[in-house]
Design a protein around this ligand. Structure first.
Ligand code: URA
Ligand code: SF4
Length: 243
């Protein structure tokens, strides 16, 4: 059995208003979900465009925009986070806020060029709650139903990019992609068997590092993230090397 089912029109019976050049009315979207929005001949640009109008769960209501994945369309490595944060929501790109900066530094330290990877999230809209005082928007964990509603977008990204290595950043991505019982604490940095890509690994989310007090602990944990990412760069067969 092929690990990746190709997306064909046959697989998407409810498709497809956008391919037919019809602008789907928002009110009709809820029943069909994100899958029905995916163009019959998906490409990263047309899927990104379709995702911009997604209302398959309620998260779009309090967010600025859909934050779709970005990066090299032939990337050998795909990094999957949880959901965009405050800054990502405003800018419209994944991992461009504080966690993204930390990720960039970790990738660089591991010898991986961010331009060579594809970065995305399991949920494409920022979920937040207002701070008790002040105007800050506090990140809120997505629900299983929201992760499920958003999954078609991630699946089509994986199908189009066909990464050799998929790295789940944090428990939300790891459990969405590897099962509810997957423990990042127990299995971080290990390549695990999955049909999603030839090599799949989970590691700590850079936001978790930011929650540690600055100092020795954070530095040590950052080193561990770099060590995991180094495995991605080095522990692959030659043709899969990313640097
Ligand atoms: N955290 C994530 O999981 N994803 C982002 O894009 C930014 C922060
Ligand atoms: Fe659609 Fe995902 Fe946004 Fe929900 S979070 S509206 S499923 S893009």
């Amino acid at each position: 059995m092929s690990p990746r089912k190709s997306i064909s029109q046959r697989d998407l019976p409810a498709a497809n208003a956008s391919a037919a050049g019809i602008t789907r009315r928002r009110s009709t979207q809820d029943e069909s979900g994100a899958l029905a929005l995916i163009p019959a001949k998906p490409s990263l640009p047309n899927v990104r465009e379709a995702a911009a109008d997604c209302r398959a769960c309620d998260l779009w209501k309090n967010a600025t925009q859909t934050v779709f994945g970005e990066g090299n369309k032939h990337a050998r490595v795909m990094l999957v986070g949880e959901q965009p944060g405050d800054r990502e929501d405003m800018i419209g790109s994944p991992f461009v806020g504080p966690a993204g900066m930390l990720l960039d530094r970790a990738l660089e330290a591991a010898g991986i060029d961010r331009k060579q990877v594809y970065v995305t999230n399991v949920v494409k809209h920022f979920k937040w709650t207002p701070a008790e005082r002040g105007k800050r928007r506090i990140h809120k964990k997505p629900r299983a139903s929201e992760i499920q509603a958003c999954r078609p977008w991630l699946d089509v990204e994986i199908q189009l990019v066909k990464p050799e290595v998929l790295v789940c950043l944090g428990a939300t991505a790891a459990q969405a992609l590897l099962g509810k019982t997957f423990s990042v604490t127990r299995s971080r940095g290990e390549f695990v068997s999955s049909t999603l890509a030839p090599y799949v690994m989970a590691t700590i989310h850079p936001s978790a590092l930011l929650r540690l007090p600055e100092g020795a602990d954070r530095a040590a944990e950052t080193d561990r993230l770099v060590a995991d990412l180094k495995k991605v760069a080095l522990d692959l067969p030659k043709q899969a090397k990313v640097v």
